[in-house]
Design a protein around this ligand. Sequence first.
Ligand SMILES: Nc1ncnc2c1ncn2[C@@H]1O[C@H](COP(=O)(O)OP(=O)(O)OP(=O)(O)O)[C@@H](O)[C@H]1O
Ligand SMILES: [Mg+2]
Length: 357
Amino acid sequence: MIDVTLESVSKRFARAGDTAAVDDVDIRIAAGEFFTLLGPSGCGKTTTLRMVAGFYFPTSGRIRFGEEDVTHRPPNKRDTGMVFQNYALFPHMTVAQNVAYGLKIRKVGRAESKRRVDEALGQVHLAGYGERRIDQLSGGQQQRVALARALVIRPRTLLLDEPLSNLDAKLREETRVEIRRIQKESGTTAIYVTHDQAEAMAMSDRIAVMESGRVQQIGAPQEIYHRPANAFVARFIGRSNVLTLPVAAAGPETVTVALPGGEQVTVAAPADHGLRESGTALVSVRPEHIGLTSATEAGALTGRVTELEFTGMSTNLLVDVAGEPVQVTAIDVPAGLVAGDQVGLRLPRERMWVVRP
Ligand SMILES: Nc1ncnc2c1ncn2[C@@H]1O[C@H](COP(=O)(O)OP(=O)(O)OP(=O)(O)O)[C@@H](O)[C@H]1O
Ligand SMILES: [Mg+2]
């Protein structure tokens, strides 16, 4: 168990022009923490993870494991277990041989190696599968072999790069619970990479949301969901409406804005919002927090339904409110509601939050 620190870490690839794949990233991961790098394709997640593993060296900045500076140390001298996106198992070897690979390199004796391989296979619920060939396993089982192979060396840090991406939805949910259990049981510090925000929310102690090589926000899942720092995070985590509304008054940690119908509401804002009266504020409100009512209800915003999508558990609506498209997710919608109908919307001010651009 060890804490991992990235200090002003940047990575520029030769011939990739001036843009940094990873740009001045500062992250402190506590010992035993399950920490996730989350962001869209190309935002720099794999590059960041590979620098922690030692497969890439930063162009600038430092990486520390505890007090030790590992910035330029090769991968085999870092004590990290890595699970790659494509598993990278050896197809011609048995399950046990695959798992034992890291121990063989470390010259662990035969008896000790067997004991630890059995233990690791037990951890991932594959006891008794040691003699199987890799091509005799399902995708989910192969994924667990890759995990056992990373765990067996008892790494100080466990690094996982989109390890569930090849699994079907059900297996993915089962395996994420399992990874989380194993990580907590072994107490290993874990850094997990995904572009799937639901997966990140379900698994992580904390999440760093990245975009274009930069960290946009670091926080616990609840914090990132309810208090997104900026419009990008609000839209990327779940879905969110980010409404541009005129500012009527600005306080230290609140802003009073005018809703499309003209009604003024006071909503929470970060202390450094920097907004003034007569400017505009970006206000985030989640589709599932907006109440759907009838167009005639007093105090409700009125709008016209432009899209309606039934997903089974709920219905997603797009509602045009004075030219502004507002997403609404409702568990119940009035029977017979169709696109073109007028509806009323209730925006809960306690769920609204000012975000930075
Ligand atoms: N070896 C390389 N040489 C040049 N550019 C690279 C190299 N590896 C990555 N990049 C670039 O760096 C940026 C970040 O890539 P990275 O693989 O870290 O993204 P990612 O967040 O893991 O994306 P994905 O979700 O698609 O896996 C991209 O613009 C990518 O094209
Ligand atoms: Mg990647």
